[in-house]
Design a protein around this ligand. Structure first.
Ligand code: DGL
Length: 269
């Protein structure tokens, strides 16, 4: 039984890559909803319905555990679908929890009142849907006292990265970081809260103050998955990686090669 990795498109391949490096024997099925990407500019209701459809496809492919690699879906849909939709012994894990555990050094299951974690402020770079959901700030403040979160919706950045427009993407990173620094000149930590942003991590590093700690999701999520599997060995299964898309498989395989720098073969979902 493979582990499913779901994203609105190609961005989740950054998370999958880190997971495969960490767990090379584990079987994975990746599903990119390329026909409906991007999610970051959709309404909450649209994101909720598309996320359920994507997870269902991976359940149908035999995955009992799905990593919701899309931040927009994790921010907008995950809590509600876990409460209102997810039944049975299937599991869906998002990409926010590992980031918040890493920032606060608190286990997710620790529901004690917020504590002083040493964290004073955090910059969140993400899609409009993720920033406007307020989910990251809410969950962080539930655990960490007196922490300020400043979100910057990086409009246009996902499209520039998808199109392989590196100059445009770098200019957008510079502009969005400059906007955020007007409000928060010295962020203690910066979260790259979108699947695509690891691909422009160096530009974020160059644009942010040297002292700002940058949290890059793929490695943090992969470490957290390894830990989860140690505690839940029923989801461990060896095998290869397969790739599904709701879009045109030939077109998506070509884009994926440009995106990651090596060839991948997608099949129709
Ligand atoms: N995967 C999305 C995220 O991490 C970015 C792409 C999109 O907007 O769909 O938020």
């Amino acid at each position: 039984m493979a582990i499913g990795v779901f994203d609105s498109g190609l961005g989740g391949l950054t998370v999958l890559k880190a997971a495969v490096e960490k767990l090379p024997e584990q079987a994975f099925v990746y599903y990119g909803d390329n026909a409906n990407t991007p999610y970051g500019s959709k309404t909450d209701a649209e994101i909720y319905d598309l996320t359920i459809a994507g997870i269902t496809r991976l359940f149908d492919a035999g995955c009992d555990l799905v990593i919701l690699a899309c931040n927009s879906a994790s921010a907008v849909a995950l809590h509600d679908l876990q409460v209102n939709w997810l039944v049975s012994d299937k599991r869906v894990l998002g990409v926010f929890v590992p980031m918040i555990e890493e920032l606060t050094r608190r286990d997710w299951g620790d529901n004690s009142p917020p504590t002083h974690t040493g964290l004073q402020n955090v910059a969140l770079f993400a899609t409009p849907a993720t920033v406007s959901s307020g989910a990251f700030e809410r969950e962080l403040k539930f655990r960490a006292r007196d922490v300020e979160v400043v979100g910057e919706a990086c409009v246009g950045l996902v499209a520039a990265i998808e199109e392989g427009d590196s100059l445009g993407a770098e200019a957008l990173v510079d502009a969005h970081v400059a906007t955020l620094l007007e409000t928060l000149p010295n962020p203690q930590a910066a979260v790259l809260g979108c699947t695509h942003y690891p691909l422009v991590e160096e530009r974020f590093r160059a644009a942010l103050p040297d002292a700002t700690r940058i949290l890059v999701q793929p490695e943090i999520v992969a470490n957290s998955l390894e830990d989860y599997l140690r505690r839940h060995p029923r989801f461990v299964a060896s095998g290869g990686v397969s790739y599904l898309t709701s879009g045109d498989p030939v077109e998506v395989s070509r884009s994926a090669e440009r995106f990651l720098g090596h060839s991948l073969t997608f099949s129709a979902a």
